[in-house]
Design a protein around this ligand. Structure first.
Ligand SMILES: Nc1nc2c(ncn2[C@@H]2O[C@H](COP(=O)(O)OP(=O)(O)OP(=O)(O)O)[C@@H](O)[C@H]2O)c(=O)[nH]1
Ligand SMILES: [Mg+2]
Ligand SMILES: [Zn+2]
Length: 304
């Protein structure tokens, strides 16, 4: 209970981190819907806790000109290191025909989303270019139960379906630079986020978005993130556990001759047979085997 007249101890409030610049964080307060600029308490640094965009936090607001303090980071429902975001429900991987999709990067991001307790989904943008990428992506990820959205931020096609899928959840858009993440958010919600083109020389994105930012819109939270092109696998994971992160292989694993089967070179492998029959993507299987090689190496060297 606070005593009127005496200097009352300011109450802690709860909210979500929308963005962070240097050691300052902007937090949207649950109670009054206002944005507060806060600094992280030293004790957080001592606990080696770095606040992330999307974090649920407790804070003490500042008074007048003075900034408030971020006091505590509440337990995270989910977490991703690249892009660095917390409490995301749906990780929306955005791809386009330009810049050319890097499907190994897609696979890794999907794996990370699954390991980090998020639901991955794929959004094929720029369908106005008429290149058939959406059909290719659907074939690549057949049997994974991943939702694939086909949209154009430019014409608005498919944008309504995507918005409905985002309703009531925290959705993070991620992927290579210049696939149109910021453009999509502009088209979805009438925002005016900065967008960029492709470098003419390298045909790569210009990294227009520089840091992750969360926006509260219409009963949902959406996150725009900087594009990236490199992603490491998680640290050492058991090869059997890795194989289980592929739902379309899991569904067949019972029919493999060896138990457990890593669906690599084992004779009588049901995954291999399904690939030979053209029911599963040969390219995704080749990428899987490449990653499996890395996973095996890391697992062997895990105590070093
Ligand atoms: N043809 C076409 N071009 C698009 C579409 N959406 C975005 N673009 C173009 O793609 C380029 C990159 O768009 P951005 O929205 O900046 O891409 P981003 O993914 O946010 O890029 P980073 O912030 O660098 O990660 C811009 O030139 C956009 O005009 C689309 O639906 N169709
Ligand atoms: Mg952007
Ligand atoms: Zn097998």
């Amino acid at each position: 209970m606070s005593v009127r007249g005496a200097s009352p101890r300011r109450e802690c409030m709860e909210g979500s981190i929308l963005r962070g610049i240097g050691s300052f964080y902007t937090v949207l307060c649950d109670e009054d819907g206002r944005e507060y600029t806060l600094r992280a308490q030293k004790k957080l640094r001592h606990q080696k806790l770095t606040p992330m965009v999307g974090d649920r936090v407790r804070f003490t607001p500042g008074q007048g000109e003075e900034d408030g303090w971020l006091e505590e980071i509440l337990p995270r429902r989910s977490m991703l290191v690249r892009p660095s975001v917390a409490n995301v429900d749906m990780l929306m991987l955005v791809v386009a025909s330009v810049p050319a999709p890097d499907l190994l990067l897609c696979d890794k991001l999907i794996l990370r989303a699954t390991q980090g307790s998020m639901t991955p989904a794929i959004c094929v943008n720029k369908i106005d270019l008429g290149d058939g990428l959406a059909q290719q992506i659907e074939a690549e990820y057949a049997g994974t139960q991943l939702r694939v959205f086909s949209v154009s931020a430019h014409t608005g096609e498919g944008v309504g379906v995507l918005r409905e899928a985002m309703r009531g959840r925290v959705t993070c858009l991620a992927g290579q630079s210049a696939v149109g993440k910021s453009s999509l958010l502009n088209a979805l919600f009438g925002l005016s986020l900065e967008t960029g083109g492709l470098s003419r020389k390298t045909e790569r994105g210009r990294h227009t978005t520089r840091r992750a930012e969360m926006m509260a819109l219409d009963g949902m939270f959406v996150l725009d993130t900087p594009g990236f092109s490199l992603l490491e696998l998680e640290d050492a994971i058991e090869p059997e556990a890795f194989a289980q992160l592929y739902p379309e292989y899991n569904a067949l694993a019972g029919a493999c001759r060896f138990q457990p089967c890593l669906h690599d070179r084992e004779p009588g492998c049901a995954v291999h047979a399904a690939v030979d029959r053209g029911e599963l993507s040969a390219a995704r299987w080749a990428r899987y085997r490449e990653l499996l090689g890395e996973v095996r190496e890391k697992w062997k060297g895990r105590y070093i």
